[in-house]
Design a protein around this ligand. Structure first.
Ligand SMILES: Cc1cc2nc3c(=O)[nH]c(=O)nc-3n(C[C@H](O)[C@H](O)[C@H](O)COP(=O)(O)OP(=O)(O)OC[C@H]3O[C@@H](n4cnc5c(N)ncnc54)[C@H](O)[C@@H]3O)c2cc1C
Length: 287
């Protein structure tokens, strides 16, 4: 039973089974649940994309185009890559660029640049990603002050691994706002992460949730199920051996994201942009 509690806590947080993680990495997740640092596990009500939007708001309006999709990156000709981009403002447009940064989830890179050399394609294929399924549940928590103390529940026999109470700020007292947010997580289960019957999954998960928190029944204000097929490039065994090759640029094509970082996750991804920028500045200084 103790093993199952630890396994579920690690899997729900890190997205990987403890068997394929270093003890240090796995226990860091477990320890974070016990220590519960004040600023951790806070959520941004409008989503993680608010960080990118806030950064882009600080730039001149013609520097960034948000919500654009890149369909193809062609190999360089006369020092320039060709990018086929679908832009909200301009439809499908082809750009030429002397440097390209691939900052997309790792499984998409070989689709965009199948012409990368074999050493690079081999290295990025060795980066493991796991899927995650989440169900966000909003409850009416009027007069439910006892729920304020719940942080993490590991669900040994449920459809999901863990349930976390997420808050937008460390000082928030959910029962005073009469809304409590719980998030159920299931990781490393490709079958559930594949497209499926969302209503049926939501109702099965809600029943499992009510078995854990019976007095939540009748208080559900809203739910949102999300299936994330490429959630997290976790540091699987052997990743450190290919990390140099995963990070290395191919001519002026650079790679940056959680999959090129030592630690993985958003903290890893947010450090990798600096490495890619340094690479480009050094290349420009040499030319
Ligand atoms: C449910 C869930 C919970 C998580 N919890 C945590 C956590 O608690 N702590 C933590 O550290 N990490 C967590 N993560 C992982 C974290 O979100 C990722 O590690 C991080 O977002 C990776 O950042 P990135 O910049 O490498 O890639 P992403 O954030 O995936 O950004 C890549 C961007 O590229 C865009 N894109 C993809 N293909 C194209 C294309 N062809 N053209 C244009 N754009 C494209 C995507 O839309 C996306 O916006 C969680 C992830 C999920 C799904």
């Amino acid at each position: 039973m103790v093993q199952s509690i630890v396994r579920n806590a690690v899997r729900g947080g890190s997205t990987a089974d403890p068997d394929v993680l270093s003890a240090q990495y796995a226990l860091r997740y477990f320890a974070s649940y016990l220590v519960r640092p004040k600023g951790q596990r806070l959520y941004i009500p409008q989503g993680m994309q608010q960080i990118s939007k806030a950064l882009s708001d600080r730039l001149a309006c013609d520097v960034l185009e948000l919500n654009a999709s890149v369909w193809r990156v062609s190999p360089p000709e006369e020092g320039c890559y060709g990018l086929e981009v679908e832009m909200p403002s301009n439809g499908i447009t082809t750009f030429r660029a002397s440097h390209v940064v691939f900052a997309i989830p790792v499984p998409g890179i070989a689709e965009l640049a199948p012409w990368f050399p074999a050493w690079k394609l081999d290295a990025i294929e060795k980066v493991q990603t796991n899927p995650t399924v989440t169900l966000a549940i909003v409850l009416d928590s009027a007069s439910k002050a006892n729920w304020d103390y719940i942080f993490l529940i590991t669900a040994a026999d449920a459809h999901f691994n863990t349930v976390l109470q997420t808050r937008a700020s460390a000082d928030q007292v959910p029962s005073q706002r009469e809304r409590t947010h719980f998030n159920c997580y299931l990781s490393a289960d490709p079958e559930t992460a594949a497209p499926g019957d969302d209503a049926a999954t939501t109702s099965a998960w809600l029943e499992a949730f009510f078995r854990i928190l019976p007095d939540a029944r009748g208080r559900v204000l809203g739910t949102r199920l999300a299936r994330w097929p490429r959630c997290f490039a976790y540091p699987a065994p052997g990743r450190e051996k290919v990390l140099d090759q995963v990070q290395a640029p191919v001519d002026s094509a650079h790679l940056a994201g959680d999959f090129t970082s030592v630690t993985a996750g958003s903290h890893g991804a947010l450090q990798e942009d600096g490495r890619a920028v340094r690479e480009m500045l050094q290349a420009s200084a040499r030319s």
